[in-house]
Design a protein around this ligand. Sequence first.
Ligand SMILES: O=C(O)CCC(=O)C(=O)O
Length: 286
Amino acid sequence: MNEVERYEFDRVGFLSVPGLLTEEQVTCLAAAIDALEEEAAERADRPPRRMSPTGRLEYHHNAERGYYVNGAREPGNTMIIEDFFNADPTFDLLVDHPPTMAYINAIVQERPTINNSEIRIRYPGNQTGTHMGGQVSVKHAYSFNRTGINCMMVRMIYFVHDVGPEDGPFSVVPATHKSNVPVPYEGRNPDEEPGMTGLPARAGDGILFTENLRHGGLTNLSDQTRKTVHIGYGPFWMKSQNIATMDEEQYILPQTFARFSPGQRRLFRAWPDMVEPAPVGEGGMG
Ligand SMILES: O=C(O)CCC(=O)C(=O)O
């Protein structure tokens, strides 16, 4: 994260990152998302089902492929596929992805881990209601201290096709990560909320934001389905922030963990790094 990016992220609470993915990565990810959408859409309303720990949403659980899906493939609706890392090794390229980690390490001061993984598929007519903004919860806090920017949960969104102003862009109310008073507006319609700004993006771009920022997704007015990958990060002690497994351990199948590199595994280790005791006779335990 360079000086300008740091300034802008602190000032407005988000950062557009052009060309975060290579063309080849975009092609592979787009194909993997399409394949998973096909399967998940067929199963989304079938058993086995699980109510989220928050008690608000019910998911289909594919235990074999290790994902949860909510929603439906139909106009006006969204389908959200959580824990997609388990379903296809293609997504491994996003785990310990060096350009992404350079940003995450610059804004999360404690050792960061991945706490959220969702593919959002937003069909024509759909919108994402506005949420967050200001001092909502400790888990999402934004602050600045002597070391610099100090975020709790943050997210990176990856774009695998262009999303224009009419295509249901991700949207934010800039600078609300520093709000001190509750949002005074009724309802959660992002198209109507004062200050809500759509952020168009190109295939390969990323958008980084603090969860403390008020955000949502404008109505998809086009006939193109919007498909994006969202990955959340935070300090190592934060449990899953996926809705289906909220505040539980991250849901990573043994076979997924087995194929990860040591660096990738560390991003799912929700405990502190071991501190080696000083050897006897060197002023430590002797
Ligand atoms: O992209 C959207 O439609 C909304 C995304 C969102 O709310 C999130 O990633 O937290």
